[in-house]
Design a protein around this ligand. Structure first.
Ligand code: ATP
Ligand code: MP5
Length: 276
């Protein structure tokens, strides 16, 4: 069987739960070949981020060229991009190599509160990267920041999604991990043709959710690489992250990492369903 090659362009998490490390683990588990371009190195554990060192632009460029000159990238995702210059460079190379099936995870603030994207870089994300993307996957606070609309019910979620679609992105997927008052972790997808998909899983009471967003977008990229439709890829990504949350590893004293190996032998697939 041909092994599909996928790329993550993101930051390194020394704690292994989020960022590049979560992406590569997810790619491996979903049977695609993972490659990476590292944009920043964080010193981080389950208690928080203690340092961020951006990788020099020249080196990011060389990493992008190293991938582009030798690999057949079937899908890719972006995570932590840190500043506007990095976003502009990454967008330029995605166009240059004509990489398709781009998932943009607009990583802005870590669960512990550390800023992973400079405030002024949101503009570059919207102008340069979103028009190239098949799907953008904000959590609720990120969707609010990208749309300037506060999300408090289904109507405002729809309004925010439409505002984000107007940036030129083809699909928007608002993740529901932050909707703490609901019994469900409900994720909402809308595309520019008006196609809507809503996936629900029971909300787990846990603080072991470090890197759920990274893992989810990496799973989407892996499934896109295999030629899956959005409906199939969304379902598998949700199953994957739900299994990872439901079978905790109990590592670290803070926001623990999820269990990337759980999907393989997972027993919780049946609790996820499309709502319509
Ligand atoms: N407590 C939970 N129970 C069940 N599913 C959850 C829970 N928290 C998050 N999820 C699911 O995990 C996925 C990622 O959502 P989330 O909103 O946490 O992303 P995120 O904030 O970008 O994650 P991170 O920043 O930690 O990488 C979604 O499918 C969401 O529904
Ligand atoms: C390098 C990197 N990328 C992304 C996240 C977001 O994950 P979380 O919100 O769970 O902290 C992170 N903490 N670190």
């Amino acid at each position: 069987m041909e092994l599909k090659q996928v790329l993550t362009i993101a930051g390194s998490d020394s704690g292994g739960g989020a960022g590049i490390q979560a992406d590569i683990k997810t790619f491996q588990e979903l049977s695609v070949f993972g490659t990476s371009v590292i944009t920043a190195v964080t010193a981080q554990n389950t208690l928080g981020v203690t340092d961020v060192a951006p990788v020099p632009l020249n080196n990011i460029q060389k990493q992008l060229e190293a991938i582009g000159e030798d690999f057949e990238i079937a899908a890719l995702k972006t995570g932590m991009l840190f500043d506007a210059e990095t976003i502009e460079l990454v967008a330029k190379y995605i166009k240059h190599y004509n990489w398709q099936n781009l998932i943009v995870d607009p990583v802005m603030i870590a669960k512990g509160g550390a800023s992973l994207l400079k405030e002024e870089a949101s503009e570059a994300l919207i102008m340069d990267l979103l028009p190239l993307a098949a799907v953008v996957t904000p959590n609720i606070p990120e969707a609010e920041a990208l749309s300037n609309i506060r999300i408090h019910d289904e109507e405002s979620r729809m309004e925010a999604a439409k505002a984000i679609l107007s940036t030129g992105v083809r699909g928007i997927l608002i993740k529901g991990g932050h909707g703490k008052e609901s019994d469900f972790a409900e994720d909402f997808y809308l595309d520019r043709h008006g196609r809507m998909l809503i996936l629900r899983a029971p909300r787990k009471k846990t603080n072991q959710t470090h890197g759920t967003g990274c893992t989810f977008s990496a799973a989407l990229a892996a499934e896109f690489a295999k030629g899956k439709s959005i409906e199939e890829a969304f379902f598998i990504a949700k199953q994957f992250v739900h299994a990872a949350i439901t079978n905790p590893l109990n590592i670290g004293a803070g926001h623990g990492p999820t269990n990337h190996a759980a999907y393989r032998s997972n027993s919780s697939k049946e609790s996820i369903q499309y709502v319509q």
